[in-house]
Write a protein that binds this ligand. Structure first.
Ligand code: ZN
Length: 424
């Protein structure tokens, strides 16, 4: 009997906690759908979900006073690597893969996941574990079950390339040793299909491919590369992915990778730093998302140039013009940083500053990481907005980021699904 009573007490307690409502008083509230800033709004939250937004107060169990803050939905980073901790050189990369076990890398990743929340990014699309197997699925599970703190995740697991085209580079080591790879490597359409099926079986939401390599700049300033997959291979990947109702994301730098990936069914082009006008035209027509990952390129450019690889520096020189042209041509822009490719202690909201410097309004810049990224993730109305029925993913700033976009790097308040993780 005692046991039953204790059980009943615990049940009731959990139930009452879960059902407690909270009310956020917002000084300014950004409506990411319309781009309008509303004043003195009240957000009612229950069970981790937004119940209502109104201009007059309602009763609630707890009141959170953000009347001196600028309030908006939690941000979405559509290109992260929780399991990487910065890799300017191939040596940085190899050290992580060779000297850190997957459990150790996963522990570091759980710290990165907590960092993402502190940065105000409450949802991420994590695009490949870089040799850490399916540890992203475990991270997602641990976050969803409340074991660790982190953002809502969509994951890509292994990521794919063709045999011999991804680090670790065998030629850097004794040929008689067997080394781990940062992706799953395939040869032939059948292996491609098998790899897609295996990743989906293990929990991949996305299939990530590396569509091209060996980037070079031509004399006229345009960029070319070598496609990694045969047409049969890449089309088999796209076909298998789409049939399984999953989505294809392609790391692709120039038209040689971008056009092949789009033909195969990719809906997002990652980096795309060397894209040309034809790519932009097709991307705009088909509504393909461009995830430009700007700060990471700047971050690695000099270090890689010192090691003799100039290409990131060349992309750095041309990206402003490429970006401006793409925006003018109507390419759909989504926010993604490639953080993990640079250190998780560096800003995750840095790319917004380039967006605004190169022509977007602050509101448009914020929409790339809210409404547009939600569309990419197929979660419209649930994330990237604060509306009745959306997750209570809410962030706030003491200083108005519409006046200075770099303020997005100084988030003061973070709530995910109704739980407060930061308030200062
Ligand atoms: Zn990446």
């Amino acid at each position: 009997m005692k046991k039953i009573l204790v059980g009943l007490f615990i049940f009731l307690t959990i139930n009452t906690i879960a059902q407690k409502s909270s009310l956020i008083k917002c000084g300014k509230l950004l409506d990411t759908k319309t781009g309008k800033v509303l004043e003195n709004q009240y957000i009612l939250i229950k069970n981790g979900v937004v119940i209502s937004i109104s201009s007059s107060t309602v009763t609630a169990d707890t009141i959170i006073d953000l009347s001196n803050y600028f309030v908006m939905p939690g941000m979405i980073d559509a290109h992260t690597h929780l399991l990487l901790q910065g890799d300017i050189t191939s040596e940085d990369y190899d050290v992580q893969v060779l000297k850190e076990s997957i459990p150790y890398r996963t522990l570091r990743a759980s710290k990165s996941a907590a960092q993402s929340i502190q940065n105000g990014f409450t949802t991420i699309r994590d695009l490949g574990t870089e040799g850490a197997g399916f540890a992203d699925v475990d991270l997602k599970k641990a976050i969803n079950r409340g074991v660790i703190t982190g953002p809502r995740m969509q994951v890509a697991t292994l990521a794919m390339n063709t045999t011999g085209h991804y680090p670790l580079k065998a030629a850097d080591y004794s040929w008689e040793l067997k080394f781990p790879k940062g992706v799953i490597e395939i040869t032939g359409a059948d292996e491609a299909r098998r790899a897609v099926r295996q990743q989906i079986e293990q929990g991949a939401d996305w299939i990530k491919i590396y569509a091209d390599r060996a980037y070079n700049r031509l004399e006229d300033g345009s960029f070319r590369s070598v496609p990694n997959f045969t047409t049969e291979e890449i089309n088999a990947i796209g076909d298998e992915t789409i049939k399984s109702r999953k989505k294809l994301a392609a790391h692709a730098m120039t038209r040689d990778g971008i056009l092949a990936a789009i033909n195969a069914g990719a809906i997002s082009i990652e980096h795309g730093s060397g894209m040309d006008e034809e790519c932009m035209k097709i991307m705009a027509e088909k509504g393909i998302f461009w995830c430009p990952t700007l700060f990471v390129n700047e971050y690695v450019a000099e270090g890689r140039a010192k090691m003799g690889s100039m290409i990131n520096l060349y992309f750095q020189q041309s990206i402003e013009a490429t970006f401006k042209k793409a925006i003018k041509m109507g390419v759909k822009l989504t926010y993604g940083t490639d953080i993990g490719g640079y250190d998780w202690s560096l800003p995750q909201a840095k790319d917004f500053t380039y967006f605004v410097k190169w022509g977007l309004t602050p509101v448009q810049a914020i929409q790339t990481a809210t409404t547009t990224a939600a569309e990419l993730l197929g979660m419209q109305g649930k994330i990237g907005v604060i509306t009745a029925g959306s997750f209570a993913d809410i962030i706030a700033f003491k200083k108005d980021p519409l006046k200075d976009i770099s303020e997005l790097q100084n988030v003061n308040f973070v709530m995910k699904e109704g739980k407060v993780y930061k308030h200062n």
